[in-house]
Design a protein around this ligand. Structure first.
Ligand SMILES: [Zn+2]
Length: 283
């Protein structure tokens, strides 16, 4: 289980979501849903890895503190929630370096896990892997199958965690995989997909998965959040459908499946048998 820590206005490829300077003027709505997510994890005895946007660490350190004090891993999800697929190599280096520094300063611990906003590490962004190694990242969870809204890839070298070899060093990859059967791929494991499907479908997809990396955002559990009017109908639907029933569904999901964080997963996964791919040969 993972939690992507960002606010209600951090919607990719929207004017409000790109207006970093304007964000300070907007009311933050993360604290209440973050507290509820932590409480649900604790009451069900589950664990999660929290991928935090660097801007949140800088402007709302109290949120990071809540997560850290509850004993959960604070990982990195970029500085300003910008698509990696639109960045140059230099921009990715700077964004990731500043994000990691900012989060490490607030938490006082080394950041070793990364996720790209909108799962935007794609086939042509091979430059990210050596940079991650340089910056001390050891585990990535940015690859999403299939192609979707803002990122995702057409195929994955493996449908379970694998190693990416980068000039003698290794990054462990924890991809987000869909339900797949007879050529159909149905993403379901988090965010808008999680809100869309009724629990009976979520349960079926989850039960059918050998490996499941789930993700949720605080705004997925915030049905009173301001609705951003400038979204088109499809984005409106994707962003706000199913908010009211999300918390109950999330609680059932957490109760029914033994979700763990990345550390917990590593304890039971035989990494010595995991597939290995060079970062230049992923596709
Ligand atoms: Zn995000």
């Amino acid at each position: 289980m993972s939690v992507d820590i960002e606010d209600w206005f951090h919607l990719l490829e929207t004017p409000i979501g790109s207006d970093v300077e304007g964000w300070r003027q907007l009311p933050s709505r993360m604290e209440d849903p973050v507290r509820r997510i932590i409480a649900l994890l604790q009451s069900t005895g589950r664990r999660a890895t929290f991928y935090v946007v660097g801007w949140v660490a800088k402007e709302h350190p109290e949120i990071i503190q809540l997560i850290d004090e509850a004993g959960f891993e604070v990982a990195c999800q970029s500085m300003n929630h910008t698509l990696v697929s639109g960045m140059t190599e230099r921009e990715f280096y700077e964004d990731t370096r500043v994000a990691i520094d900012t989060i490490e300063q607030k938490v006082g611990k080394k950041v070793i896990s990364y996720r790209a906003p909108g799962f935007s590490i794609i086939e042509r962004t091979a430059f990210v892997w050596p940079i991650m190694v340089d910056l001390g990242i050891e585990r990535d969870s940015s690859l999403f199958l299939p192609k979707s809204g803002h990122g995702g890839v057409r195929k994955l070298p493996a449908l379970k965690p694998f190693k990416i070899e980068v000039s003698g060093k290794v990054i462990k990859e924890y991809p987000i995989v869909p339900f797949y059967k007879a050529g159909i791929q149905i993403p379901f494991a988090g965010g808008g997909y999680f809100r869309l499907f009724p629990y009976v479908a979520m349960n079926f997809f989850s039960k059918s998965s050998d490996y499941l990396m789930a993700y949720i955002h605080p705004r997925d559990l915030d049905y009173e959040q301001p609705k951003i009017e400038e979204l088109n109908l499809l984005r409106m639907f994707k962003s706000y459908y199913g908010l009211k029933s999300a918390e109950n569904k999330y609680q059932r999901w957490l109760s029914d499946y033994n979700f763990c964080d990345i550390d917990g997963f590593d304890q039971s996964y035989d990494w010595s048998k995991a597939p290995v791919f060079n970062y230049l040969d992923l596709w």
